[in-house]
Design a protein around this ligand. Structure first.
Ligand code: F6P
Length: 321
């Protein structure tokens, strides 16, 4: 009997999920697999929101951000009862394999299901945060950074006109990658991330000196995990007397049409996922390292840490001098 594969997206959505679902379905069909979709991630497995897909099911989504399968953060799937219900629903359709597209939590959920059943699970990294150490890039990161860059460009126009300093808060949870990549590409003077301790007095001093020598518009990119932006802004204002305007970009940076890089990764990740399923693999996650597509054991991948690119951070500092 041929394999039956379900695809789901879970956790925060990310641009690139749609082209990846499309690629999983089309490459799976090409390999003779039966392909199913699951709505709202693990919640949909528990609720039996599972449907058969064909090539046309994934038409006209390659250019769209978000996920047409919808997504959810599912607490019930952290319980044995939740997992058992999900497995029973998958069995009703004869589904043998699940491709789970998402981040850290998605992979942990997938591993729990694979460890407690004979369902095979392959994970594809989809999160704007780029917070998975085993892979250089996750789906959605590139698009998100480009959206942040668009915001930085706009802010620079208006802040420059008013001789103001701008503090832009970006997402990333506990990871500073969005701030780092957007910061260096957008010419930010200061990049505050959770991975690198910062000295507010030194920043205040440098801001003040910059103003004194006529550099009246500066950009601070602040990763949400790096502290409390309102307190930092208040402290810097008090110490320097400089006008600082804060902007929180919010969910705008999680939407938008996926970039070329995210669409290429989506296709390549999907191809590897289907190939692994054909080989009978389970508990593996796909990634990219040094421009190559790789796969890793889920547990080993989740244990890795320390990906933050300190050399790039240093380079960003030098470029802002
Ligand atoms: O993980 C993606 C992400 O956008 C994070 O960057 C952010 O901290 C979080 O999700 C926001 O979650 P929610 O949309 O549930 O507020």
């Amino acid at each position: 009997m041929g394999k039956k594969v379900a695809v789901l997206t879970s956790g925060g959505d990310a641009p690139g999920m749609n082209p990846c679902i499309r690629a999983c379905v089309r490459f799976g069909l090409y390999k003779g697999l039966e392909m199913y979709g699951v709505r709202r991630g693990y919640q949909g497995l528990i609720d039996d929101d599972i449907f058969l897909m064909n090539s046309r099911s994934v038409s006209d989504i390659v250019q769209r951000g978000g996920t047409f399968l919808k997504t959810a953060r599912c607490e019930d799937f952290k319980t044995v009862e939740g997992i058992n219900k999900a497995v029973a629903n998958l069995k009703k359709y004869g589904i043998t394999d699940v491709i789970a597209i998402g981040g850290d939590g998605t992979f942990r959920g997938g591993k729990a299901m694979a460890d407690n059943s004979d369902i095979s699970v392959i994970g594809i990294p989809g999160t704007i945060d780029n917070d998975l150490a085993y892979t250089d890039f996750t789906l959605g990161f590139d698009t998100s950074v480009n959206t942040v860059l668009w915001a930085i460009n706009s802010l620079r126009d208006t802040m420059g006109s008013h001789d103001r300093c701008s503090l832009l808060e970006v997402m990333g949870r506990r990871c500073g990658d969005i701030a780092l990549y957007a910061g260096i590409c957008g010419g930010a003077e200061y990049i505050l991330v959770p991975e690198v301790p910062y000295d507010l007095d030194a920043i205040a001093d440098s801001l003040k000196k910059a103003h004194e020598r006529g550099k009246t518009s500066n950009m601070i990119i602040f990763a949400e995990g790096a502290g409390n932006k309102d307190e930092i802004c208040a402290y810097l204002k008090e110490k320097t007397g400089v006008k600082i305007t804060t902007t929180t970009l919010g969910h705008i940076q999680r939407g938008g049409s996926p970039t070329m890089q995210d669409r290429i990764l989506a296709n390549k990740f999907a191809e590897r996922a289907i190939e692994l399923i054909m080989l009978g693999a389970t508990n593996r996650v796909i990634g990219t390292r040094d421009n190559r597509i790789i796969d890793e054991n889920i547990s080993e991948a989740l244990e890795m840490s320390g990906k933050f690119d300190k050399k790039l951070y240093k380079l960003a500092e030098i470029m802002s001098l």
